[in-house]
Write a protein that binds this ligand. Sequence first.
Ligand code: TXA
Ligand code: MG
Length: 331
Amino acid sequence: MTAQILLASDPSAVAAAAALLRQGGLVAFATETVYGLGADAFRAAAVARIFEAKARPSFDPLIVHLASPAWLARVVRDVPAGAARLAELFWPGPLTLVLPRQPEVPDLVTAGLDTVGVRVPDHPAALDLLTAFGGPVAAPSANPFGYVSPTTAAHVVEQLGDRVDAVLDGGPCRVGVESTIVSFASGVPTLLRPGGVTQSQVEEALGAPVRVAPRTGVEAAKAPEAPGQLEKHYATRTPLRLLSSREPLVPPRGAGRVGLITFASPAPSGFDAVEVLAPDGRSATAAANLFAALRRLDTRGLDLLLAEPCPEEGLGSAIMDRLRRCAAGAA
Ligand code: TXA
Ligand code: MG
């Protein structure tokens, strides 16, 4: 099987993608964050194909995508006031809410948890597909488990082209890093993953600080609240080292062919390949370019990638989180 490429701007192509979902098929689709690998959330056999296609362990729960907040009651039992406020402000958009689930949601979607992650994506391809299909769609990022997420239809085809029925091409993803995940599983809103909505935006909306779940180390490894948030994730095959802010941008001696990920131009010389993430100095530009840049460097036959760090504020937190995990995967 080779995936059909369907153009999201063509209504008949969207209808064809929805029909595939109705038959229990797998459809990758554009969202504003990264491409998702979708299946009918209420059809366990279809959801099982997602895990198979990605070689994803079944303890890692999936995010359920909705066309509108009006669909929440189909998958969620209760929406606390704080979650309702976040949904109102940030949906459609790069925010996932973890909420108590309806019993009808298959265990495979939630990895057996009593909660489900939900979001309304902010991309016409995703919204048109959800509306045409008429029901919730479970979708992780459309990459093999552990690898860098896809931000174009070509990224999906390269790696999963023979395992999905169709790719709904909506162009390159505008945000470029995954959604921010906020859990309401306990009484205290908890940030499980930094992403497209910043921590300060969430805190401002809630009028209170959020708890930040540990992301790395022993504490994170034993934290049951964020299953699937493995330390080694988003990893390139080429080893990547994240520099400290004090280290100079020079290739280490004897390291072979070295690539650099940097934020601003002009890029330093001496590297075999360089990716400048934000020529305009904006962290939103850096986030949008990050995964495509990592993928390009990963095809260059390099021995080592060096990544320059960025300040951990705003979208910089999500960027540093992904770079740290990429470096842990290479270790
Ligand atoms: O931007 C995004 O969120 C993209 C697009 C496609 O929507 N999706 C995405 O999915 O990044 P994925 O599967 O790569 O990451 C989802 C993560 C899981 O690994 C897990 O950590 C967390 O969301 N998650 C999902 N449901 C959860 C739950 N019930 N409790 C805790 N964490 C959950
Ligand atoms: Mg993922």
